[in-house]
Design a protein around this ligand. Sequence first.
Ligand code: MEV
Length: 435
Amino acid sequence: MQKTITGFSKLSKSEKIDWIVNSYFRNNNSAKTILMQYWNSDSKLQSLHDEFIENTITNYYLPLGVAPNFLINGQTYTIPMAIEESSVVAAASKAAKFWFDRGGFKAEVISTTKIGQVHFTYDGHTKELISFFNSIKSKFFKDTSSITKSMEKRGGGILDIELRDKTSDLTNYYQLHATFETMDAMGANFINSCLEQFATTLKTEAKAFLTGNIHIIMSILSNYVPDCLVRAEVSCKVEDLTENPDIAPQAFADKFIQAVNIAEIEPYRAVTHNKGIMNGIDAVVLATGNDFRAVEAGVHAYASRNGTYSSLTHAEVNDGVFKFWMEIPLALGTVGGLTSLHPLVKLALEMIGNPSAKELMQIVAVAGLAQNFAALRSLTTTGIQEGHMKMHLMNILNQFEATPEEKETLISHFKTNTVTHSSVVDAINNLRANK
Ligand code: MEV
């Protein structure tokens, strides 16, 4: 069995698949059939996707769903969400409708600053380095002018560059810590290009002016963006919080707030609580062609900013008004990257009105807050499994290759019966046995 190969990337797509089928599937052609089933018949569209990454062998589908009825700052949105988890879009839609009838969501962008760093060592005197940095600071801006020109035209650019002395943490370690405004771009390429030029400038100037040696370690943006913050909020009178006669509004509010308080002080719960928020956030981030790994990393770092991992959302009742809110860092773009390349990303952005990056930050934050509201509402009332398993029912039915008729019968059966994996299996077996 072949397991290593040189020159794999040079093979054609078919040759790559043949090698995989030969190496890992004992030349069983059903593996090849599955891979090829997902190829798009439109060869232009397929080659566009092939070229997004290296060694593409097929496409990996995720459902793209929509959650309608989101009222955000007085404007109605249908939010596109790409996600595999069955209950997420349903939960978002439910929360959207709930808050639509109660004034909707308010969202505001607090700040949009991004950060990048050149990490380097210097083996001379700190004082000498500081005065050298101050004397050449303007050169960093000058040497990057061809990179920053068009960003500056759009209102962005390099905001500041600082020299940071980190020698008390790591021998001889310093940073150029730079802040950026990247407008509607996520800005990773812009920031990294600027940083690499800063490193070149630093090295070149150092040769002429410093007695010690500068050694550049690396130049890279930070995905921790605590100054690229958005706030989302909902509020209503406590008495409007539930229409369910079995749940008193004040008792619901108290239990809901207690659930948030637990996530504020208990990391085991906070991680799951925030995971629920990320269900909404990642789905919109992915649908709009943004980098969900960057968002995840930045959001979780922010959730630990006070030294303990904690809830991103908060809730309170004040003067009879229930308020639920969240502030999170989100570095998003609505230009560049996949935004104008991937046809579904283009379509998703158009569906939400071709937003600016700031507007997208608001929409994404609202999706996260809505998701957390829906999860906490279920958890503190019916329990999560009722809704979850109802949505998961279809997955189990598909696993057992239920026919459309079987699906119809069983969906109707489970409207009034509890869905568990074994109850569905029993029901399918009974149905089939009684045929
Ligand atoms: C499941 O994907 C997300 C939840 O666990 C979130 C939460 O517990 O708050 C339901």
